[in-house]
Write a protein of this length. Structure first.
Length: 213
């Protein structure tokens, strides 16, 4: 995160259970084999937890990511693979089944929910409905009973960036917020999730500074 959006130095971090009605924002990005969450493969997922200091300023905390093996019978659109650059069958790709990938990430998300004195997580994403739809579809396929995320509510950084900076594309929104952007790393779930998290924090911190003044 750029220095202009860093939290004030030496401030203690505080649970954010009261900040968003007991919801913990967790930034999620997915890379997929298409646009249909029911038929197209989930290929990569990343989640970024956040922390808030005593003054109410936000920054990234932990990044969690997994490469995901296509579920049996999953569709893989060549156009989508050309964009994200993923070879689902590459022998060196450390992919795991959907259920394991989600369980690994959900375990850490639940820990963050407890530490922040929240009741559940809420997905933050750039075009968040897309990421949430693939997350929910994978949860259903894997028969996961303890999904820490709200099933339909989300925070969308497209809307927040349009309000704060007049931009909607992630790269342009990040640059407008004064954040670094590297096109070579884009369309990786980890990179996009971290940039989305920085953007979310930038908007929240800008709002906080306005209120402080």
């Amino acid at each position: 995160m750029s220095d202009s959006y860093a939290n004030p130095a030496d401030a203690e971090f505080t649970p954010m259970g009261q900040r968003f009605r007991s919801f913990l924002p967790v930034v999620v990005d997915v890379e997929t084999g298409g646009f249909n969450p029911r038929t197209d493969a989930l290929l990569q997922i990343a989640a970024v937890t956040l922390r808030m200091n005593a003054a109410g300023y936000f920054e990234r905390d932990q990044t969690l990511s997994r490469h995901v093996a296509p579920f049996e019978g999953a569709n893989l659109e060549p156009a989508s693979l050309a964009v994200n650059g993923i070879d689902p069958w590459h022998p060196l790709r450390p992919a795991v089944p959907e259920g394991q990938a989600l369980s690994d990430i959900f375990k850490e998300v639940r820990r963050a929910v407890r530490e922040n004195e929240c009741t559940r997580a809420i997905l933050v994403g750039h075009n968040a409905a897309f990421d949430l739809s693939f997350l929910n579809a994978a949860v259903e396929r894997a028969s996961i009973k303890r999904n820490p995320f709200h099933p339909f509510s989300n925070f969308d950084t497209v809307t927040l960036a349009a309000l704060a900076y007049g931009q909607t594309v992630l790269s342009r929104s990040a640059k407008a917020a004064g954040l670094e952007w590297n096109d070579e790393y884009a369309h990786s779930a980890t990179y996009d999730a971290e940039r989305t998290a920085d953007l979310f924090c930038a908007v929240l911190n800008q709002w906080r500074r306005v209120n402080d003044n």
